[in-house]
Design a protein around this ligand. Sequence first.
Ligand SMILES: [Zn+2]
Ligand SMILES: [Zn+2]
Length: 268
Amino acid sequence: MLIDTHAHLSTPHYDKDRQEVLARGFEKGLAGYVEIGAVFGFAGNEKARELAESDARVAFTVGLHPHDARLMNDAEWARLEELALRHPKAVGIGETGLDYFYDHSPPEMQRAALVRHIDLARRAKKPLVIHDRDAHEDVFGILEAEGAFDGPGEFHCFSGDWAFARRVIDKGWMIALGGIVTFPKADELHYIARRAPLESLLIETDSPYLTPVPHRGKRNEPWMVRLVAERIAELRFMDVEALIAATGDNARRFFGLDAALGLGRAGG
Ligand SMILES: [Zn+2]
Ligand SMILES: [Zn+2]
């Protein structure tokens, strides 16, 4: 099953054609789709919830993006917790993490928000979706100190080297690869795509960002996750349908999609 495990259709980039973009994804073979709620502040979570409620094949995650960590407040966090703990289609916590590249929120606020997400993931028994940009050691250190590796998680849009990937995989966590793996100069990521165990891989688009080759410069869309799959399959010298099947199974298991979306149900 072809599944885009990470995209942001709730963002204004899709205000004019959100439902068409989603429909195009399913026409082009997507079996499931995970909307990442944590973008553009707390409001993004409600938009993600609405999108998930609009289509049986859509699940969502809840969180507050590290860029927005400075917006953390108890009232909105309480609502986010309610969604995480009670909504049947809320399948993950995040994206959360650290972004030292953009620094839109002070690092100490990002770190505090990450700790809060780890605690919520533990209570909700849901996987963590981690965003890590130029912050590998700090992210890993906090995950370890807070016991996050006792539960499931992924580094989305993985950007470390092979040694770091190995450490993440050794913790039983997942590596998610997106459009960057299609870029010609992404040597380290190509190496990771070849070497990572198949059972540790997820695929994603991070739409509207990081559009894969040959569509770079245009807005990304969930159906383009197939281009990511094609490139990884090529790097691993394996059949693309086998790669799609394996990563699809990983996504279903990781996010519990069979229960949330009714995947695999006869006639469903
Ligand atoms: Zn991210
Ligand atoms: Zn994202």
